[in-house]
Design a protein around this ligand. Sequence first.
Ligand SMILES: Cc1ncc(COP(=O)(O)O)c(C=O)c1O
Length: 396
Amino acid sequence: MKYSFDEKIDRTGNHAAKWEEIGKKFISSDLWPMWIADMDLKTAPEIIEAMREKVEQGIFGYVYRPDSYYKCATDYLERRFGYQIEPSTLINSPGVVPTISILVRLLTKPRDKILIQTPVYYPFAASIRDNGRDVVENKLIKDEKGYYTIDFEDFEKKVSEEEINLFILCSPHNPVGRVWKKEELQKLSELCLKYKVRVISDEIWRDIIMPGYTHTPIASLSKEMENNTITCFSPTKTFNIAGLQASFVTFPRKEEWARFDEELGILDVKRNNPFSLVAFEAGYSKCDEWIDQLIEHLNGNMDYVVNFVSEKIPEVKVRKPEGTYLMWLDFSALGYKKEELSKFMQEKGKIALDDGFWFGENGTGFERMNIACPRYMVEEGMNRIEKAITEWRKDN
Ligand SMILES: Cc1ncc(COP(=O)(O)O)c(C=O)c1O
């Protein structure tokens, strides 16, 4: 491999929230950090080089975006997904979560109902509630093997019986790791068009797809669906540059692009910082090989976890994700209630994970583990979970 993902890392002095804010979020600060979605892996050398050149210029004033900024994003989409969009439909924004929050305000009124598919990335619900709108859940269906699918009957019931005109799709899905099949997206798209439900498609995970799966942008399914969808994406998860804070939104409708642009203007958050500007261009234009090798590494870490669980801790259930670098571990056989499981993992396992119930009530009994790190970190994490389960066995 040209790139190495197994270098020992030391994030001391990195001001890493993942390592140094553990004490704020969990019961103590000495837990093994496998929560929050950033990687304990260095970004691509091509990105570091582009940022180094910027540092060496020594001037970090206001920057403008050259035409090549959006062009490299659309070229990338065409090259990697065969998906063509016009650079002029894109707009830069400070992040996917702020984008969703602004869109919720632009597309709905207070107390409107917005549909999400739980368990799902918890800022979706927070953004709906914090903006004074109401969450309606279309709960995903889980089979006995931990495979999640969409409850289309319930989806249709909700969009036909309740006044819902906005749906936030997570595609690929965090935390359940599904890369939605074209047929599934087709069905969702038919229902949304039939019942006039606008779609915000959060596709921040679209680059991290395991071998054998293909991501389909929902907007690519038809002209009607393209016109009905606002898609959010970003290279921040892909290249581990979330701290640079920038993302892209695709607006098929010019008037909505303009309203969003105006909103960014009011907040005065239209510009990139000098580093996101060069990092994004380098990522989208020079790093395809790095992404392919990253995926190989993540895929190996996932296999390691799946094998470890089946050989050593069969009380736990896990299914290999189709995309993302997040594993959704089912601890429900231990019989703990929500906070009890969280406390157990922290006290007995000395590990920091994202508690399943943060993602919705139907995430109770689960913990989300981030495996985007060198293998030794995954091994340490799994050994700690095994230790906790050994303690549980003594009492059960
Ligand atoms: C589905 C999803 N959307 C958005 C984000 C965060 O996006 P941003 O940092 O651009 O706000 C995450 C981070 O984990 C995510 O999983």
